[in-house]
Design a protein around this ligand. Structure first.
Ligand code: PMP
Length: 391
């Protein structure tokens, strides 16, 4: 290691780099690659939302805002969450505007965890959960979800994983990378468990508008949950606003107050331009969201059908924009499959193990890219599988 490495804290030095970034670095240097690796919408932010950002700049709105975010945006968030998810949050002290769900999750963990506290979450999961917990000197306890269950969290598995010292439960429905969701009955069981064990719940609902079947239920709306749930949401996925870096947390005032302290000292506030764009998204963005969701659904149906035809068993994800086919039948592990597919046929998928040990044997294929490119990727995967099976 380079000599300055000795200055890096032990708990940071021991963190692995995100497995996804390694793949992106290779793909970006490769000509003619088709990437199913990206975790962001291929749509440009709808014009009316970009226009709101341009108007903010034109009017010279370039200052800091209230640490909590502009009152106008917090009021819109309050209305939007009540109308679409159920719970009502006070703009004054129960809503905090953040730099995406990334920051919301980070400051929630830092505001609530003491060293040694334990955090439950379902796995395979978003790459940042385990490292974010480790950065707080807390202990991550992953709970396996399985393909037999379409990667929904099984309340019995959650109960079995619980240990004394568990303080927080992170949920993410629909799930990145599996598209798993939990129906109301399962959520109710999970909610009862959270009450019984006195857990705080962090509910990452960033893909919730991109639910294709069955509707989305927020655990925050279930009896006894509002007072122990922090609802995390943002604009990156549903409104195609990743580059605006804007999101929010809604929760009980004392927890939000703790988060505000961490946010105040580390961040101050989200960009005012992004906040103005977010107001427009919440007020008038619904048609754009529905249009994008329909496009994702068409692509999902195509890619899932093709994977199954190609002998890569794949359930139909009920939400988000990721397919999670099982690749182990081809006789390769996830990493070899992804590496060879990239090298030999220039298609990028992310090895399932990037999302935790439970992803072994699977790869993640994002369908947030055009139908034509997904079609091309599937043709190349077919040729790749022919080569592998012939060898
Ligand atoms: N949670 C999940 C499950 C995600 O997939 C992502 C982004 N890939 C995030 C949070 C972070 O999103 P952002 O910071 O852009 O709001």
């Amino acid at each position: 290691m380079e000599e300055s490495g000795r200055f890096v804290a032990r708990h940071v030095a021991s963190l692995p780099k995100s497995g996804i970034r390694d793949f992106f670095a290779i793909v970006s240097r490769m000509k003619d690659a088709v990437s199913l690796g990206i975790g962001e919408p291929d749509f440009v932010t709808p014009f009316h939302i970009r226009e709101a950002a341009m108007n903010a700049l034109e009017k010279g709105r370039t200052s800091y805002t209230d640490n909590r975010g502009t009152l106008q945006l917090r009021e819109e968030i309050s209305r939007y969450v009540a109308a679409n998810y159920g719970p009502e949050y006070r703009p004054d002290d129960e809503i905090l505007v953040t730099i995406g769900v990334s920051e919301a999750l980070d400051i929630l963990l830092r505001a609530t965890l003491n060293p040694g506290d334990k955090v439950l979450y379902h796995e395979p999961c978003y790459v940042s959960y385990a490292p974010s917990v480790a950065l707080c000197h807390a202990e991550a306890i992953p709970v396996r979800t399985t393909e037999e269950d379409q990667f929904a969290l099984d309340p019995a598995a959650l109960r079995a994983a619980w240990r004394p010292g568990c303080k927080l439960l992170i949920l993410n429905f629909p799930t990145n990378p599996t598209g798993g969701t939990a129906d109301r009955a399962k959520l109710e069981e999970i909610a009862r468990f959270a009450v019984e064990k006195d857990l705080l719940v962090a509910s990452d609902e960033i893909y919730s508008e991109l639910t294709f079947e069955g509707g989305h239920v927020s655990i925050a709306s279930l009896p006894g949950m509002r007072e122990r749930t922090v609802f995390l949401h943002g604009f990156s996925k549903s409104f195609a606003m990743t580059g605006f870096r804007i999101g929010y947390a809604c929760g009980p005032a004392a927890v939000v107050d703790g988060m505000l302290k961490v946010h105040q000292y580390g961040i101050m506030c989200a960009s005012i331009v992004s906040q103005e764009a977010a107001v427009e998204a919440l007020r008038n963005g619904r048609d754009s969201v529905l249009h994008m969701r329909d496009k994702y659904r068409e692509r999902r149906d195509f890619i899932v059908r093709r994977f199954n035809e190609l002998g890569l068993p794949c359930h139909s994800p009920r939400g988000a924009f990721y397919a999670f086919p099982k690749v182990s039948g081809a006789g390769l592990d996830s990493l070899d499959f992804a590496r060879r597919l990239l090298e030999e046929r220039k298609v990028a998928m992310v090895p399932g193990t990037a999302f935790g040990a439970g992803g072994a044997g699977f790869c993640r294929a994002s369908f947030s890219t055009s139908y034509e490119r997904i079609h091309e990727a599937c043709e190349r995967i077919a040729r790749f599988l022919d080569d592998v099976r012939r060898a």
